[in-house]
Ligand binder design. Structure first.
Ligand code: SAM
Ligand code: SF4
Length: 406
């Protein structure tokens, strides 16, 4: 959740949704995100809302399972008694696997107890490769997790060192294999490209190492130099070179070639899946207007047209829940125009594309230009009136989206 959230309006102490919203609860599929804001060490590039033990000095870490369960119960009270089966659960971080499988299982059991998991629900946890072994993965599977997503980032030692990753290069692939052996049907690996010092050959090795582990899903992200991180300071001091935009584009295309040749297909600009069932349903719900409640410090929620975000620090979060007050820091209700712009931004990044019906008049003219410039697929636009990015369009997605939104 990088970047400062907008100021927003206050969230009432009991967390109640705005008047009228309750009639729209349960219309969209419902998911739950659980943020675990702890890491053993902080990677130099990462600005996620996460804390090491030294930064926290105890406290919220020990009671975190109870705090998360407290907010799950609050969510149930706010959303009323309506049937609201949970289609997807995603435990992210931070490092969720710093909690024991039994602790993550207790949080999941609370979700099931309060809302009920829908039949065939997708239940994902992120996991740092060094923080799990085969036994822990067996425990997570037993607790009801169906999908695991490992932060691999690279298979090359000097790249991992620049990123401050603490696992050995072969550990993520081993972890992925253990997960498959323990019955996880869906296994994903995250990669990062464009790390300073990474060569084309290094990147090819990383993608091939990821594929060799036979995951069902791979995410590949361009390294973002986030303000305030150790990486940003090292670049400012000239100790590390700045990531290079041309190299980033080459790496993206190389990844797309290698992943496609191995049978994975892109379904969102940074995400490839072995088949439609392997796509991350939880993230797809974010991108297609689903409802979700985000549990935990700094977590964002979106239910029935209202968006809110929790206080960021675990201590403030714990204090709010202990006082029986919603941890929501602020919220906003999107206008129809804002909602439309957001839909265009998200849909255009998906392989399914953005329908012309969402576009303003200026956006339709921009779609014609994108087709003429080779940035959007001509057949999809002419036959179905949908903007589907070409490979070159995916490289220039931000510019295309700016034009489409008018
Ligand atoms: C919230 S992290 C959690 C995963 C887990 N803690 C780990 O690092 O293994 C999810 C993913 O975001 C990506 N990520 C985090 N910071 C990034 C950055 N500055 N640039 C690009 N990708 C980033 C990494 O690929 C990471 O695996
Ligand atoms: S382990 Fe993951 S969440 Fe934690 S600091 Fe590193 S990238 Fe960020």
């Amino acid at each position: 959740m990088p970047g400062a959230p907008p100021e927003g309006q206050p969230v009432p102490a009991d967390g109640a949704l705005p008047d009228g919203a309750s009639t729209r609860v349960g219309v969209a599929p419902f998911g739950i995100y659980i943020h675990v804001p702890f890491c053993a060490t902080r990677c130099g590039y990462c600005d996620f809302n996460t804390y090491t033990a030294a930064e926290l000095g105890g406290g919220p870490r020990e009671s975190y399972v109870d705090l998360a369960i407290g907010e799950i119960r609050l969510a149930r009270r706010v959303l009323g008694a309506a049937s609201l089966p949970v289609s997807t659960v995603f435990v992210g971080g931070g490092t969720p696997t710093l909690l024991a499988p039994g602790e993550l299982g207790a949080i999941l059991a609370a979700v099931d107890g309060e809302f009920g998991l829908a039949p065939g629900a997708e239940v994902t946890t992120e996991a740092n490769p060094e923080s799990v072994d085969q036994r822990a993965l067996a425990g997570l599977r037993q607790a009801g997790f169906t999908r695991v997503s490992f932060g691999m980032q690279s298979a090359v030692p000097h790249v991992l060192a620049t990123l401050d990753r603490v696992h050995t290069p072969d550990r993520p692939a081993r972890a992925a294999k253990w997960a498959r052996a323990e019955g996880f049907g869906q296994v994903s690996l995250d990669l990062i490209y464009g790390t300073p010092g990474e060569s084309d050959e290094d990147w090819r090795r990383s993608v091939e190492a990821a594929l060799a582990a036979e995951p069902t899903h791979i995410s590949a992200y361009a390294l973002i130099v986030e303000t305030g991180t150790r990486l940003a300071a090292q670049i400012r001091r000239g100790q590390i070179a700045e990531p290079d935009d041309d190299a980033m584009a080459d790496r993206y295309l190389a990844a797309d070639d290698l992943l496609t040749a191995a049978g994975l297909t892109w379904y969102e600009i940074s995400n490839w899946a072995a088949d439609p069932a392997a796509r991350c349903r939880h993230n797809l719900a974010y991108w297609t207007g689903g409802d979700w409640w985000g549990i935990g410090p700094g977590a964002h929620s979106h239910v029935a047209g209202t968006r809110w975000w929790n206080v960021r620090h675990p201590r403030d979060y714990a204090a709010r829940l202990a006082a029986g007050v919603s941890p929501g820091q602020a919220r906003e209700v999107l206008t129809e125009a804002e909602r439309r712009t957001e839909q265009i931004m998200l849909a255009t990044r998906l392989a399914g594309g953005c329908p012309a019906a969402l576009l303003p008049e200026s956006g339709r003219a921009a779609a014609e230009r994108a087709v003429a410039d080779g940035l959007a697929e001509p057949a999809a636009w002419r036959r179905r009136r949908v903007v589907v990015l070409t490979r070159r369009g995916r490289l220039l997605a931000d510019a295309v989206i700016r034009d489409l939104t008018g």
